[in-house]
Design a protein around this ligand. Structure first.
Ligand code: 5RP
Length: 248
């Protein structure tokens, strides 16, 4: 318990979520400490876990006077880089990255990932694909042996807006399940990505051959990208409930 929790009774779910926050921090710090070196070009992922990694990155840049250039994977990542006074770049100037660090919604035993819970999957995949090393950070709730055990919202798929109905029908015909248009929290309209597209969340029914599913879905006209990251992650750092870091 840190100081700010003193005198505050926490329910089991609050305790669980504060443990998860601590776990995210452990993972983020471990990845930055183990994989970022002076003169590196670093891909900065999106989500809540990456916030801790960027905190640590900024701290190391200050303390060790590192020369680091950052390439963002989203508007959120861009803002995070700027907020910390880090050097912001892009793929035009830095098409080859030393390392990319990003979160995930679920990680299976083969290091296949579901990503895109925050809708940033396309730029995340582009940046990860440009990196020599793609390192994933997550809390203990993201680890599974088979995709679908932990992340119940399905595989996010970014689509061109006019195509969402036919793409959704084609995916259901090919693989079963249901691909649902992601709506804004206030239900006023669909979520719109940084690329001005929509997101379908495909709730699949059974474990699949994810490499085949990924390439097949990508071939459907209107699909921009899938949140399946197959054979991309080199290492995954999980912050654990007991305060340790587990590496997969
Ligand atoms: C956003 C992502 C995120 O990296 C993923 O959703 C994990 O987020 P968090 O660190 O908040 O759990 O893919 O599109």
């Amino acid at each position: 318990y840190t100081q700010r929790h003193v005198g505050h009774f926490r329910s089991p779910s609050e305790t669980h979520s504060s443990m998860a926050e601590e776990a995210k921090k452990l993972a983020g710090y471990a990845a930055v400490d183990n994989h970022v070196k002076d003169n590196h070009v670093v891909g900065v992922g999106s989500g809540s876990t990456i916030v801790f990694a960027v905190d640590r990155l900024a701290e190391r840049v200050r303390q060790e006077k590192l020369n680091i250039v950052c390439v963002p994977t989203s508007f959120q990542a861009r803002q995070l880089i700027l907020k910390h006074g880090l050097v912001l770049s892009d793929l035009d100037r830095h098409p080859e990255l030393d390392v990319a660090i990003d979160g995930a919604d679920e990680v299976d035993a083969a290091l296949t990932l579901i990503k895109g819970g925050g809708g940033c999957l396309t730029q995340e995949k582009i940046v990860a694909g440009c990196a020599k090393h793609f390192i994933v950070i997550a809390d203990f709730r993201k680890a599974s042996s088979t995709l679908g055990q932990q992340w119940k919202k399905g595989v996010p798929i970014e689509v061109i807006p006019m195509s969402y109905v036919p793409v959704s029908r084609t995916i259901a015909k090919l693989f079963g399940g249901e691909a649902v248009l992601r709506m804004a929290v206030n239900k006023a309209g669909p979520v719109v990505t940084d690329n001005s597209n929509f997101i379908l969340d495909w709730k699949f029914e059974n474990p699949q051959n994810w490499a085949v599913v990924n390439t097949t879905i990508k071939m459907i006209p209107g699909v921009v990208e899938t949140g399946l990251f197959v054979g991309m992650a080199e290492r995954v750092y999980f912050g654990m409930e007991d305060g340790t870091v587990s590496v997969r």
